[in-house]
Design a protein around this ligand. Structure first.
Ligand SMILES: C[S@@+](CC[C@H](N)C(=O)[O-])C[C@H]1O[C@@H](n2cnc3c(N)ncnc32)[C@H](O)[C@@H]1O
Length: 202
């Protein structure tokens, strides 16, 4: 895994530098869509950056396979467990909200499957992903690959090649969200947040 996935503080710093003021706006928007007193599950929660923004009375559970992040969250009193996000398929609990933030581009081409599984276990699914193409030109691919492995978005779980399959500019991402059942979207910086409400659909 890259440097940022080895050290939670470096991860938080780099994510903060990349998104700047959009980062806070993103979590505030997600949190306002969650609302108060909700039972929340975050799949691929990383360092649980969402938690400080949650409204009163929310319960939070995060799943991530990055052991360092899990330990960091637990040391800070945050309920995060070492669990594969695809195990949601076998989960017996139901959640008010499942959040999938900055994860789909890591798990290509299984992104649709994860959303479908999450939709079975929640009343609302909130997704946030970047509206940009991650596919570098062929001549740069090996150098970009190396940089990601050392310092970039290589999480140590998924092959970095999967990132290069993330080929969603704004128009494509909006179409994809709609296909997955999204009724509402919010653009925050270079990211688009999608809201899938399932109440009444089942
Ligand atoms: C870019 S981070 C996003 C973290 C967090 N959601 C946020 O908003 O900062 C992606 C996370 O997904 C986790 N991840 C990727 N594939 C996973 C899997 N199959 N099971 C559990 N966690 C996974 C990685 O360990 C990483 O922490």
């Amino acid at each position: 895994m890259s440097l940022m996935y080895r050290y939670p503080k470096i991860y938080n710093f780099i994510v903060g530098r990349i998104h700047r003021e959009s980062l806070e706006k993103r979590y505030l928007k997600i949190s306002s869509e969650i609302g108060a007193h909700a039972k929340v599950l975050e799949l691929g929660c990383g360092t649980a950056l969402l938690v400080p923004y949650l409204e009163a009375g929310c319960s939070y559970e995060g799943w991530d396979l990055n052991k360092v992040f899990v330990k960091h969250c637990n040391q800070n009193g945050i309920n995060v467990i070492d669990k594969n996000i695809f195990d949601i398929e076998y989960e017996n609990s139901h959640y008010d909200v499942i959040v999938i933030c900055d994860v789909l581009h890591h798990i290509m081409p299984d992104h649709e499957r994860l959303i479908s599984l999450a939709k079975e276990k929640a009343t609302k699914v909130i997704i946030s992903e970047p509206a940009r193409n991650h596919r570098p030109a062929k001549i740069y691919r090996s150098i970009i690959h190396l940089l990601h492995r050392l310092f970039g978005d290589y999480d140590g779980i998924n092959n970095i090649e999967k990132h290069f399959l993330w080929d969603y500019d704004q128009e494509k991402l909006m179409k994809f969200y709609k296909l997955m059942g999204s009724q509402k979207t919010h653009r925050i910086g270079s990211d688009i947040i999608s809201i899938i409400e399932l109440e009444g659909i089942r």
